[in-house]
Design a protein around this ligand. Sequence first.
Ligand code: GLU
Length: 310
Amino acid sequence: MRGRFAPSPTGRLHLGNARSALLGWLNARAAGGEFLLRIEDLDAARCREGYVDDLFRDLSYLGLTWDGTPVRQSQRSEAYAQALASLERAGRVYPCFCTRAEIARAASAPHGPGDDGPRYPGTCAALAADRARARPAALRFRAPAGVTFAFDDALKGPVAQDVAAEVGDFVVRRNDGVASYQLAVVVDDAASGITDVLRADDLLASTPRQLALYQALGLTPPRYAHVPLLLGEDGKRLAKREGASAVSELRQAGVAAEKVVGLLARWSGLGDGRPVRADELVESFRLEKVPREPVVVRETELHEQFGPLP
Ligand code: GLU
């Protein structure tokens, strides 16, 4: 069993990410498995090296150890190029010149799952391969028609989606030449031999697309567990900007890591909020204990747990 945590260094690690990291770590360690760290830094414009440094410090502070050297997606372009070439040889991708605005105008279907915009209407699917446009082409994966991609999520139960009908053909290489999240995550998890993916449920809607890529690339998908998000009092997902929810802020303010882990454990059905070390949670950890509902984080409980912060 091999799990992983795959954060994007586009902001400080907040308590929601930390909870996913803790649960993924516990899931792996409780099974006597390995736990890998991957830095998803493909989006150069949004990623910062300072956040990567903070991330290492935050995870160490929380007692979440990882095995081996962390993989950096920014250094994996060769692996992505090979996967794209194999999809290209198999006729599974085509260049797409559409802008977002064109897709929005052409889309007849309502918005697809998640916040990925409308279903792609297939405008470029039948373009002559040599048709040149001023705009550089993205590469889209041809979602197989009439195929439902299904899996049994450890927390959500059975999930199934006809990707072609609901999402349409999706981007595997952006028009700046960078591999898309969907492609990179599949190539990397497979290359690292990840058997168990535990992540926040905002990515649940991406999983059928990833299964389509596993199939097209002849790779074996992992097991999945999608944990409900932590929400702020306004019912929106806990934002990175919310002060006390940044782990580095708590660390720098001298808050004991056990208090942070204690709160993460309470939100996860694994404790009552009392300070605890991550390794003390391993023995009694069961994924089934994790609540299926989103957890609302109240400002007052942060104050109660951590005291006044500077
Ligand atoms: N990098 C993604 C994120 O930070 C997570 C990717 C994954 O776990 O598949 O939201």
